[in-house]
Design a protein. Structure first.
Length: 519
């Protein structure tokens, strides 16, 4: 099957060749051998059908650059929820026979074009497996009846992260394949079923109803805020002064580095039986703010996990759980923490593998379901928004009590372990998606990177400050806010570059808010 890596690479090349912004390609996902996507309204007023035609005209270039072979294109429309008939195409060529099976399920009024592509490279699949966490599940069994139950459940959960698509036609790439939806439906609210969850050999492919929206541009999704204009301008001036005055920034960072939290005991984490549950000996949770598991439920009969409760103003209402990326032997502990804290959103700030070094164990099944102690995790859908992040939906079941829940994981891919992103925009767009899904919930958001400090702390700092602004708080002190969250977990925001990045992100978002406010 076509990999996400190859599919996105192909779209990037196509966009560059036809002078179309990559943000014009939305709702990108792989369904078996098909990569499907929509075309949103763009500056060239190019429809999806026109994009498809240009893809055909650039066929030789795309094939030579990607190592893929474009076999077939086609445009179709369905107005019901039944899948399209299965299509088989055989292409004879120097590379041998390529058989492409295209099977897609769509919902009312969605135009879909499929372009068959034969994948001739295998290393790209391995790259995608390492970074995105795709690949074989190592023998985990899938059960069709339960899989179908999950899909029906998710399809009916219209309230879970319900997003409205912003115009444009539908597109897709099939099969090894690519597809693009035809244009001409601008301004309409359409939704396409898309999933790269389990595919069965003994029955038809069932896909959950996709309720995801497109990746927003900066101006299309203005930040919602109760901040008044004068407060916004004061905050913006303060942030910009810090960013311009490097000496001031350096002194503030030095003061933050000398800050000592009280209390600061990490004795529980240093117990010999707990030390192998932490990735790094210097990234340990404080005793007073650590997450405590129910020992009687835990497979090791212990209550320790390397995770910290982070609150804003009310200790009784934690806003976040900051934690490390699970280790192979702590995955069951991680899901126990998710279950016992009623979490519905996970924010993952790291790739699984960076520069050959493992950053986090893949704690979810690649397809179907996996059992972690008493928690059965079913991957219902996986949706790639853009090159920066993707979204996974899970169905979680406690096999002891038979209770079930749904949760969403937002996975940011563009933040390197030893650096900062080149731009704040992807992170701020990512945060908006997270908060749109989380809105109205009272459970903590789980945030993790590799060690649960640097990238995790920077995200929490940015989110907490911006949430305070949205509530109308008139005085914002980012340094004091960082000290506040460091009182609850040591090492949050590890470098001056990360602190400066947080200031820049806040300034950018305040600027966006001011532009959106009535003048």
């Amino acid at each position: 099957p076509l990999s996400l890596y190859d599919g996105v690479k192909l779209l990037e090349l196509l966009a560059d060749k036809i002078h179309l912004a990559t943000s014009s390609f939305i709702n990108i996902s792989v369904v078996g051998p098909a990569l499907t996507f929509r075309i949103r309204q763009n500056e060239h007023n190019m429809t999806a059908a026109e994009v498809a035609a240009k893809a055909v005209s650039e066929k030789n270039f795309l094939e030579s650059e990607t190592g893929l072979k474009i076999v077939q294109t086609g445009v179709g429309e369905r107005t019901d929820a039944r899948g399209l008939p299965q299509v088989t195409r055989v292409s004879q060529g120097s590379s041998g026979t390529v058989i492409t099976l295209v099977s897609m399920a769509v919902v009312g009024g969605v135009l879909v074009l499929a372009m068959a592509v034969a994948c001739l490279r295998h290393y790209a699949q391995q790259v995608a497996n390492g970074k995105l966490g795709l690949g074989p599940e190592g023998g985990a069994e899938t059960h069709f009846d339960y899989q179908e139950l999950c899909r029906q459940h998710m399809a009916s959960k219209s309230s879970l992260c319900r997003q409205d698509c912003v115009g444009g036609g539908s597109s897709g790439i099939a099969g090894s394949a690519i597809g693009t939806g035809a244009g001409g439906r601008r301004g309409t609210d359409t939704s396409r079923v898309s999933s790269v969850s389990s595919q069965f050999s003994d029955g038809p492919q069932h896909s959950p109803s996709s309720t995801h929206s497109s990746t927003p541009s900066w101006s299309e999704e203005p930040a919602q805020s109760n901040m008044d204009i004068s407060t916004g301008h004061m905050i913006l001036a303060y942030m910009e002064d810090h960013l311009r005055n490097k000496d001031r920034l350096q002194k503030e960072w030095e003061a933050l580095c000398s800050y000592q939290a009280e209390p600061s005991s990490v004795a529980v984490a240093q117990v010999p039986s707990n030390m192998d549950k932490s990735r790094h000996a210097e990234s340990l949770p404080y005793d007073h703010s650590r997450v405590k598991l129910k020992a009687e439920v835990n497979p090791n009969k212990q209550d320790y996990i390397n995770a910290s409760i982070i609150f804003d103003h009310d200790p009784r209402q934690p806003a976040y759980i900051a934690t490390q990326g699970p280790l192979p032997h702590t995955v069951a502990d991680f899901w126990q923490m998710v279950w016992e804290n009623g979490c519905t959103v996970i924010v993952m700030m790291t790739a699984l593998l960076e520069d050959g070094e493992k950053q986090c164990e893949r704690y979810w099944p690649d397809e179907g379901s996996s059992l972690y102690h008493i928690y059965e995790v079913n991957l219902v859908s996986e949706h790639i928004w853009c090159k920066d992040f993707l979204v996974r939906s899970f169905y979680l079941k406690n096999v002891q009590t038979q209770e079930t829940r749904t949760l969403t994981q937002f996975h940011l891919l563009s933040w390197p372990a030893d650096g900062i992103p080149t731009s704040t925009r992807p992170l701020l767009d990512f945060r908006r998606k997270v908060n749109k899904c989380y809105r109205g919930r009272s459970c903590p958001i789980i945030v993790h990177c590799s060690d649960g400090t640097g990238r995790t702390g920077t995200y929490i700092l940015i989110d907490m400050v911006l949430n305070r602004m949205a509530k109308g708080v008139k005085e914002i002190d980012i340094a004091a806010t960082l000290e506040h969250i460091r009182d609850q977990r040591p090492g949050l925001v590890r470098t001056k570059d990360q602190f400066e990045f947080a200031l820049t992100a806040v300034a950018e978002e305040v600027n966006a808010i001011l532009k959106a406010l009535p003048q």
